[in-house]
Write a protein that binds this ligand. Sequence first.
Ligand SMILES: Nc1ncnc2c1ncn2[C@@H]1O[C@H](COP(=O)(O)OP(=O)(O)OP(=O)(O)O)[C@@H](O)[C@H]1O
Ligand SMILES: [Mg+2]
Length: 640
Amino acid sequence: MASGTSRDVLGSGFRVLGRAIREQPRIFAVAVTGSVLFGLMVIASAYVIGGVVGKVVVPAIARGSVAGGTLALAAAALFGISLLRVVGIFGRRLGAGYMQYRLQAAYRRRVTRRYLELPLAWHHRNATGTLLSNANSDVEAAWYPIAPLPFAVGTLVMLVGAVVSLFLTDWALALVGLAVFPALFALNVVYSRRMAPRQARAQRLRAEVSGIAHESFDGALVVKTMGREAQETDRFAARAGELRDALIAVGKLRGVFDPMLETLPSLGTLAVLVVGAVRLQQGAINVTELVSVAFLFTVLAFPVRAIGWVLAELPRSVAGWDRVRRVLDATGEMPYGTRTLDPATPTPATLAFHDVHFGYEPAEAHLPGTEVLGEVSFTVPAGRTVALVGPTGAGKSTIASLAVRLVDPRAGTVTVDGVDVRELTAASLASTVALVAQVPFVFDDTVRANISLDRPGIGDDEVWAALRLAEADGFVAALPDGLDTMVGERGTSLSGGQRQRLTLARALAGRPRLLVLDDATSAVDPRVEAAILAGLRAPAGRTSADPEHRSPTPDHGGGAPASILVVAYRRATIALADEVIYLEHGRVLARGTHAELLATVPGYADLVTAYEQAEQEREQQHSYDEVTPLTSGLEIEVDR
Ligand SMILES: Nc1ncnc2c1ncn2[C@@H]1O[C@H](COP(=O)(O)OP(=O)(O)OP(=O)(O)O)[C@@H](O)[C@H]1O
Ligand SMILES: [Mg+2]
């Protein structure tokens, strides 16, 4: 690939520029027209100045008097030229700015949209910091050369114009131009080739620095409680130091090449004066022509740098573009189907796993992926509640992800109402099933926005109904601004249990026909958890198993009754389920009612008893941070 090596960085860079021009052809045309106008006016100004010197100044020195008419004409011409130059600069600057920022905005949108399309597996492989830097500094880098590009294109036209006018003036002076201009171009090319690996390295380090910073801020709690501030700072400082060195290397190269690029046109002017003096003596040219050409070389020095700016930014642009393209070209998004599943009256849906096998993609492609789930088959009948029980790492969250199609199985099928979830449209899937994830995510927004997510048909009444079902209406009503209360980034102003209940209410507000609860009420106290679950159960499936439940009734208005797949730990919760599926090492070991499993499956009894003990210990100690080893050799985190 072109990114690292300097060999074909120019080729790749020109392809990136070509893409930019194809995307914004009209704005580019405006900017280049402005730039060409500017260039032609620069040449014209050189000839007018030459004319003034040859026709006004020199005769004036000889005669002792100024030709007023000619001088006025020259002044008017210069004024006109300056005006056109201003127009040219305006068009060029405006066009270049528009083009650069429009491309940046368009690609930021494309990159972020792509992030949301790509599957979870892709996100697991890519650090958040890198994604931030792809959408920010990489997009910026990719379109950086767009700013000087119209100037450079105009300058190329100007150089051709200059060489032509040199030939029209005198072949010897033209030869000087032919020596200097290509030399300038060659020097720029060498510069850009040398720059390529340095810029690529700097761009990669920018991403790494932002990645480390993001991770340590994100993990501020761990960093602080574990006393890792110094180590984290060191880790960051080391990478920031590398970035500094990389940028200094870029600066050093600039320091070497910039003066050379600056000096070359001055040497050209010197050569013109020497050669021109000889040609003047030979009578081949007159003073007007000599001054015009010498002045031309002087005024060309600056615009020619624009070509250097583009070439010098190309390596960085290619590096940024490669990183952006890696996101845009990433494959593995899960295409949605075309079938819909929206019955006239919302009734609970049936979920079924048929001989499902699944494994996460290995972190590196060459490593073998291990199977996380094998031969998993079960059904959640319409309106029923099925509990998923198993030791940590057994694959419960993985099953939850498969049920809502965050991931697709390697083999086997997951169906909702008999339809493979892969055949469903995104909208139908989203309106049918809802997952409340193990780790609740809350947006930095109001309570209302967090629950409705701007979905149609979810007004305040629906929000309150959902909050009631999630047993969250009480605490929300007590918040200072009620539904309008801002919850802070990731819901920092809420307790863990409050956050969980908000995410539960969010799922319920969409009136899903199948609810997947992945340990979604672990931070809620057991009484409330049982009440929530009992309230969610469809009337048909409701038993009077929960004496404590605070009489939520269907006319809560919250949602249609749903089928429920619930990852559960507490005995009281598990007991509410119509069926329990016991999972170990990604396999279904047993299924039946809670009582049946307790009686027949030793591992299950051990696990449930251990959970219960842990829960009791937790209540006794009011401690949320210990890990209890179990007799069965399993480990359970008590801080659920
Ligand atoms: N993104 C991932 N990439 C690779 N392996 C993963 C990933 N997520 C989970 N695993 C592995 O898959 C297995 C099942 O994980 P899963 O999260 O489904 O367990 P779980 O039953 O939900 O556990 P817990 O009770 O701790 O939530 C584990 O061995 C885990 O290490
Ligand atoms: Mg889990």
